[in-house]
Design a protein around this ligand. Structure first.
Ligand code: PHB
Length: 400
């Protein structure tokens, strides 16, 4: 908490509004009244990747968040919105500087980001207990709503554990006992592998090869040589974005498609239609499918396609839901970003009418949500089951 306590932004907004008001008074002689929170724009800082393997993810999150706010008259709590957008480049080493720019120099009200878990953990450490409200529209590191949880840190996406834990069971049910793991070697990939093992090994599964591969490279041949020699029942993965497309194509080119079943979480998301026939038959566990038939999803897919020309995916809906969360919170406090406690409480108790299905937040400000089992058929992630119903992240280490 800053030395001005929860009213810091009200003071700042007041000063901004007051200087505009004084100028008006000087000209017209009329003394305007001040609304709580002022007429100043709400500042939304955005730190997302727009270059590199995660470029498509960041682009979809931002476009859908803007789409949601546009549907609300381009306003939050009745106030206009200013976006200050920085390309994170998915580079952890630049994230302290980028975050400082947004929270100190720009003094944003909301900080939206990131995609990459390493950056997410750094940002969460930096904003914990501060005035700014952080909303994570992707990064899944368990700690963000675990050890680093705080009333001002929200997540509209998923945790590493939440997406991968149900996969262990699902693979056992499919009859796969010996599995090889391949994943990007950084926090999210490692936590994905750990969560998978947590359900897979006690259920009788065996990991025959555990192969982290360097982020953000897409060189898989030496690992595929091992897969060919070991002949596992199946392969479980974490890759995403541009590298995921390359992975699926390389896997098919290595002759494994249809012979060694391929599984994952994000592998086929936003990528299945771009990988051509190489994505056919891949199974994934995730909290969304573009093929869900609820009315919110049907409308969202059409609106998103209209706005961007792209197909909807999980990243887009996470951006859309981030917009909904800000709208609900800001409506509750009538645009007063200074009323931090009331704002964050309203956000925590909000119900999000998401294209993934309705969801609410846990005490740790994390979505309680269904995890679907999907299979790529005709380039689409078709829902073939529910891998876990209303799954809540255990929020290990969260004391808030
Ligand atoms: C992450 O780093 O948390 C991350 C990145 C890309 C994904 C999912 C999670 O698709």
């Amino acid at each position: 908490m800053s030395k001005f306590g929860k009213n810091e932004m009200t003071r700042r907004d007041f000063v901004k509004t007051a200087s505009t008001a004084l100028a008006v008074t000087a000209v017209s002689g009329i003394v305007p009244t001040f609304a709580i929170g002022g007429t100043a724009k709400v500042k939304v800082g955005v730190l997302l990747p727009f270059t590199g393997t995660y470029a498509m993810l960041g682009t979809h999150i931002l476009a859908a968040m803007k789409l949601r706010i546009a549907q609300n008259g381009d306003k939050l709590g009745g106030r206009e919105v200013e976006f200050i957008v920085i390309d994170s480049e998915a580079d952890v080493s630049k994230s302290t500087q980028h975050t400082n720019k947004l929270i100190k120099k720009e003094a944003v009200d909301f900080l939206v980001g990131p995609v990459h878990s390493g950056i997410g953990m750094n940002m969460a450490r930096m904003v914990k207990g501060k005035k700014v409200i952080m909303i994570v529209p992707n990064a899944g590191a368990n700690q963000i709503t675990g050890e680093f949880c705080a009333p001002n840190i929200f997540r509209t996406s998923f945790s590493s554990w939440q997406t991968a834990y149900p996969a262990g069971d699902a693979m056992l049910k499919a009859g796969h006992k010996k599995v090889a793991l391949m994943y990007f070697n950084y926090a999210f990939g490692k936590q994905t592998a750990a969560a998978f093992k947590e359900s897979f090994i006690p259920g009788g599964g065996e990991i025959v090869a555990d192969m982290p591969t360097p982020f953000p490279k897409g060189e898989f041949q030496s690992y595929f040589t091992k897969v060919a020699a070991l002949k596992p029942d199946a392969v479980f993965t974490f890759y995403s974005g541009g590298v995921a497309i390359k992975f699926m194509k390389d896997y098919a080119a290595a002759g494994f498609q249809g012979k060694i079943p391929l599984w994952g979480t994000f592998l086929t998301e936003g990528t299945s239609h771009k990988a051509g026939s190489a994505s056919e038959g891949i199974l994934t566990t995730l909290h969304y499918s573009s093929e869900l038939e609820n009315a919110t999803n049907v409308k969202f897919k059409k609106d998103f396609k209209g706005a961007t020309g792209d197909e909807a995916d999980v990243f887009a809906i996470q951006g859309f839901d981030t917009g909904s969360l800000m709208i609900q919170g800001m409506d509750a406090v009538k645009g007063d970003t200074g009323a931090t406690e009331a704002l964050t409480k309203a956000m925590n108790s909000s119900k999000i009418d998401s294209p993934r299905g309705m969801f609410s937040f846990s005490k740790a400000n994390h979505p309680i949500q269904d995890i679907y089992l999907r299979e790529v058929k005709g380039g689409l992630n078709k829902v073939v089951g529910v891998a876990a119903k209303a799954l809540e992240d255990p929020a290990i280490g969260c004391k808030a």
